[in-house]
Design a protein around this ligand. Structure first.
Ligand code: NAD
Length: 487
């Protein structure tokens, strides 16, 4: 078995198995080959993971932030040293081409450990508040045991983006990766131990939608951070609300990417392609509604078609490959269904639309697909497809496109391509989304906050903002005089 881990779960510093858990297979999406056999967590495994996290957390929280940060920075170094090995594992887990995983997956996870490790010494201070002769001060205190639940598109990055801020604030984390991509998070847990993290502070357990609630409903869990779809987010936030647990929700989107007549055409097309085809379109912040101003529509579509048809689809382990398969057969079938709906509802299929001939075998490949003449009411313009399907819509003027861009329940991201700087700022000011880009798309370095508004979620990952979501303030009022009571 190509990628069989020592056991399914990683708890208290070691691999743990419980064969009573429901067996499941990990499949390499490029070939359909089974690469690992695992078991979902039983209630006993969940208890063990949470109990070990709870035990370890208090001592960790009592360490100085600098000492905690040192461990995270060492983990970042190890991840960079092993980038090739981790990227190959990420490719096996997800099917994403090595050309991408080698620059975007373990490296962005390492960035999170490096960033949060680096700010540990200065970023967790409280405030001193003068009150005449009295004063108050605030302390930033950890929440306790945090649960992370991941999606399958960026398994290693998600494991680190949640783990790094949780740990630096003095929390413990129990992480459940997606059942489609169970492998990467186990390696992250191993690396953290090697970097010096005390046992129990970062545990990984496997399972699917029936395992998640065991974590979310557990009374010893203080916080849940989910990366997943909007329907899952509603269930998880609802369950967490019954105990008033803290939550961060990183959910789906249907983001507008707006291209004005005056835009640099090749950049705008490049941005639209990256924002629809990278990771085979399985990116939450993708600009899947590409609004193109009518004056450049024909030129835009002609060059887009030409460039899209040159994308190299193939073996993800070949460094030349630019587009790999989808994560699973179920996901590909879902995307093919959307393509059929697009055709049936009258959109023009500009290119793609099916399974590529060039790639033989059992992989879950799909062609990069572009629909033109898409209108706001079509299903493909309203629902998140989560595959390499770009919808191009036409527009006439600025106010119209802002209103249409905002006419969605989602609010994750958005982008604008124009050389008119005042217009660029006017537009992003009015778009209802958590992250916006001007003249680029989908860049999410660890220094900037990332997250959604409206039904795309709440809370922010990355940047100093993430610290707010893994800690809370304790305020201490100090009196320097006597108590003046009227009775
Ligand atoms: P999903 O919602 O099906 O599953 C996400 C995770 O939640 C999985 O680990 C799953 O096992 C778990 N889960 C499902 N039901 C649960 C429940 N009731 N209780 C607890 N856990 C439960 O999502 P997916 O198909 O894995 O990922 C794709 C979705 O994730 C897309 O909608 C995409 O936009 C979104 N996403 C968002 C971001 C972001 O940062 N905003 C990033 C990546 C993906």
């Amino acid at each position: 078995m190509k990628a069989q881990p020592k056991a399914s779960h990683f708890i208290d510093g070691d691999y743990v198995e419980d064969v009573a858990g429901t067996p499941f297979e990990s499949v390499y999406p490029a070939t359909g080959e089974v690469i690992a056999r695992l078991h979902a967590a039983t209630p006993a495994i969940v208890e063990k993971a949470i109990a070990s996290a709870k035990r370890a957390q208090k001592e960790w929280a009592a360490m100085s932030p600098t000492a905690r940060g040192r461990v995270l920075k060492r983990a970042a170094e190890i991840m960079r040293e092993r980038n090739r090995e981790l990227s190959e594992l990420e490719t096996l887990d997800t099917g994403k081409p090595i050309q991408e995983t080698i620059v975007a997956d373990p490296t962005s996870g390492a960035d999170a450990f490096e960033f949060f490790g680096g700010i540990a010494a200065a970023g967790l201070n409280g405030d001193y508040i003068p009150l005449g002769q009295d004063f108050a001060f605030t302390k930033r205190v950890p929440l306790g045991v945090c649960v992370g639940i991941g999606a399958w598109n960026y398994p290693q990055q998600i494991a680190c983006w949640k783990g790094a801020p949780a740990l630096v604030c003095g929390n413990a984390m129990v992480f459940k990766p997606s059942e489609n991509t169970p492998l990467g998070a186990l390696k992250i847990a191993e690396i953290l131990i090697e970097a010096g993290l005390p046992k129990g502070l970062y545990n990984v357990i496997q399972g699917d939608r029936s395992t998640g609630p065991l974590l979310v409903n557990h009374p010893d869990v203080a916080k849940v951070s989910l990366t997943g779809s909007v329907p899952t987010g509603k269930k998880v936030a609802g369950a967490a609300a019954s105990d008033l647990k803290h939550v961060t929700m990183e959910l789906g989107g249907k983001s507008p990417l707006i291209v004005f007549d005056d835009a640099d055409l090749e950049s705008a097309i490049g941005g639209a392609m990256l924002g629809n085809f990278y990771s085979t379109g399985q990116v939450c912040s993708n600009g899947t509604r590409v609004f193109v101003q009518k004056g450049i529509k024909q030129k835009f579509l002609a060059r887009l078609k030409e460039r899209t048809e040159k994308i190299l689809i193939g073996d993800p382990m070949d460094e030349a490959t630019q587009l790999g398969p989808m994560v699973s057969k179920a996901q590909r079938d879902k995307v093919l269904d959307y393509i059929e709906k697009g055709k049936a509802e009258g959109a023009t299929l500009l290119t793609g639309g099916g399974i590529p001939n060039a790639v033989s075998g059992e992989g879950y490949y799909i062609q990069p697909t572009v629909f033109a003449d898409v209108t706001d009411s079509m299903t493909i313009a309203r629902e998140e497809i989560f595959g390499p399907v770009m919808c191009v819509l036409d527009f006439d003027n600025e106010q119209e496109v802002i209103e249409r861009g905002n006419a969605t329940e989602f609010g994750l991201s958005g982008g604008v391509f124009t050389t008119d700087i005042t217009r660029a700022h006017r537009v992003v000011d009015q778009l209802e989304a958590g992250t916006l880009w001007i003249n680029t798309y989908n860049l999410a370095p660890v220094e900037i906050p990332f997250g959604g508004s409206k039904q795309s979620g709440f809370g922010r990952e990355n940047s100093l903002a993430a610290l707010e979501h893994y800690s809370e303030l304790k305020t201490v009022y100090v009196s320097m005089g006597k108590v003046d009571a009227p009775y």
